[in-house]
Design a binder for this molecule. Structure first.
Ligand code: NAD
Length: 357
């Protein structure tokens, strides 16, 4: 059956990097991948054209699609706007509208790029970990929330950390499914010594893994220690699963271990296996329009899409191998350039990738 992919280029470098990812999809379609692409508006581009960062038509197309490929949203042009219509709201609306509760953030460091990390090469070279972050619950969404005025006239800000058992169960299951395809080791990160909510998290995680995935080796770690261990010896981890806020912070730290923000893809999945795939970086307004952005994070997002939503693991493997091949050839966009290598622009990298495929 033909799979439908909704392509949302967005703002800044979004259209440039998405064009290269679409080249890869077109190439695979020429080899038999049964896929149909639609294009829609999101973010600042959608606000300019339709007055909303997430037009109804975009959400409707996303609901019909098997997967969404997103570039990036945002930029200084839209910063003065009211928060309700800022480009980032488009992204949050899409996550909520599709129920994308499971955010997969790999942190991979290709040995060819080990010198890009701020850590010593032996600590990070060959790093391959997956952080699974809960994306639709926790303190970012919990009620009540707000800023109130106390009796003494002082203002007080408050947010609520809440997780129901079913929310913990489904994210732990999602992480277990990933762990089963990798090294079968899962580290659940919480703050169970201080927060009752994550005491429940730990209890439910233990129950789900023991009863449903006995093959998986489960460990628990407090979030402060996890942050320390990620910097000290990141290769000890295989898959990590954690709450929305802890995952937000840890996955950025893990990403930066690799030193190459232009190389990291991500996926956000719902219960139906529908997913949104996007590079972890933003719209990079400082280099937008120059044609020098690194398209590999977006192309690797296509690989994740093939693996997790389109059931084409073989093609995903081929894209990942093609990335290694272009790096081995010494081709580098400016963000990952080093001495002795050959600098290419965004389009040049996309073309080289297709050639390697
Ligand atoms: P950013 O990720 O856009 O850029 C950080 C730095 O990394 C910049 O120097 C940029 O040039 C560089 N960079 C990022 N991607 C690159 C690539 N593919 N190739 C080469 N270099 C790359 O983060 P920022 O500057 O903090 O944010 C810029 C805008 O993006 C803001 O409006 C922000 O809200 C938005 N943003 C969007 C998303 C998203 O769409 N998912 C995520 C983060 C930030």
């Amino acid at each position: 059956m033909t799979k439908r992919v909704l392509v949302l280029p967005g703002d800044g470098i979004g259209p440039e990097i998405v064009a290269e990812a679409v080249k890869v999809l077109d190439h695979l379609a020429g080899e038999g991948l049964d896929v149909e692409l639609d294009e829609g508006l999101i973010g600042g581009a959608a606000y300019d054209a339709a007055g909303s960062p997430l037009p109804e038509s975009t959400l409707a197309m996303a609901r019909e699609a098997d997967a969404v490929l997103l570039g990036a949203v945002g930029g200084p042009k839209w910063e003065p706007l009211d928060i309700a219509v800022r480009p980032e709201k488009g992204l949050l609306g899409l996550r909520a509208g599709l129920g994308l509760f499971s955010n997969l953030r790999p942190a991979i460091l290709y040995p060819q790029l080990a010198s890009a990390s701020s850590l010593r090469p032996e600590i990070v070279s060959g790093l391959d970990i997956m952080i699974v972050r809960e994306l639709t619950g926790g303190i970012y969404f919990g009620q009540p929330r707000g800023i109130r005025t106390l009796e003494n006239g002082e203002r007080q800000g408050f947010n609520t950390l809440v997780y129901a058992e079913h929310e913990i169960e489904r994210i732990v299951r999602s992480a277990c499914e990933i762990a089963m395809k990798r090294g079968k080791r899962l580290c659940s990160v919480d703050k169970a010594n201080v927060l009752e909510c994550t005491e429940l998290w730990r209890e439910v995680a233990t129950r789900v893994v023991k009863s449903e995935y006995p093959q998986i080796e489960l460990s628990h770690m407090y979030v402060d220690n996890a942050a320390m261990q990620l910097v000290k010896w990141p290769k000890q981890f295989d898959v990590m699963v954690t709450t929305n806020m802890f995952g937000d912070i840890l996955s950025d730290a893990a990403a930066m271990l690799t030193g190459s923000i232009g190389m990291l893809p991500s996926a956000s999945l719902n219960e139906k296996g529908q997913g949104m795939y996007e590079p972890i970086h933003g719209s990079a307004p400082d280099i937008a329009g120059k044609g020098i952005a690194n398209p590999l994070a977006t192309i690797l997002s296509v690989a994740m899409m093939l693996r997790y939503s389109l059931n084409e693991a073989g093609m995903a493997d081929r894209i990942e191998k093609a990335v290694v091949a272009v790096l081995d050839k010494g081709l580098r966009t400016p963000d990952i350039m080093s001495e002795g290598m050959t600098e290419v622009n965004c389009e040049g990298m996309g073309d080289a990738l297709v050639a390697a495929l």
